[in-house]
Design a protein around this ligand. Structure first.
Ligand SMILES: [Zn+2]
Length: 181
């Protein structure tokens, strides 16, 4: 029902579109929502159009054009095994909002998708630190994966002072002092 209303209601719509440079000027290829993962065009822009019974009239560029988001050239790095069980690590990108995994796609809508990316152990489920961001384009998805990998690789001794503080207070030995016979 909503879909039919969307199509029929005469009104202004704003959407992000892919643009192709034909050598002379930029032409609209399609809405970003229809671009497939890995597909590349020359530019992106936000257009405002008047929707009249499913036809789009009076297109006007409201922002852009910006160059097509480019995938950074990153040196591949190897994920070390799980620190608990030495199992194989795996990366996942999840959305609390969408209640599940987010997959690689060209565009995530004008509002983007709020994600958490992290490495987890396939064998025991242990998780690495989470990388949080709002992603809009494929390139944001790919960099979220890279950040999750970096956080897993660069796990460090940054909280060692807290452990040492606990140990000094006798809090790392069980049974606790008061519970021993
Ligand atoms: Zn594990």
């Amino acid at each position: 029902m909503n879909k039919i209303l969307n199509l029929l209601l005469p009104r202004f719509l704003t959407e992000e579109v892919a643009l192709h440079d034909n050598g002379d000027h930029l032409v609209i290829v399609c809405p970003m929502t229809e671009v497939k993962p890995g597909e590349r065009f020359h530019a992106v822009a936000t257009m405002r159009v008047f929707n009249l019974f499913g036809r789009t009239l009076l297109p006007r560029m409201v922002s852009g054009p910006w160059p097509w988001p480019s995938i950074p050239d990153i040196e591949p790095s190897e994920l070390p095994p799980c620190p608990f069980c030495e199992g194989p690590p795996s990366i996942t990108v999840q959305s609390f909002e969408l209640r599940g995994p987010v997959y690689r796609q060209a565009f995530y809508g004008c509002a983007g998708v709020d994600i958490d990316a992290y490495v987890f152990c396939h064998a025991c489920g242990a998780q690495g630190p989470q990388y949080e961001n709002v992603i809009f384009h494929e390139v944001d998805y790919l960099s979220a994966e890279v950040e999750a990998a970096r956080l897993w690789i660069e796990r460090s001794a940054k909280h060692r002072d807290l452990y040492d503080g606990s140990a000094a207070d006798g809090l790392t030995i069980y049974p606790r002092r008061g519970n021993r016979a």
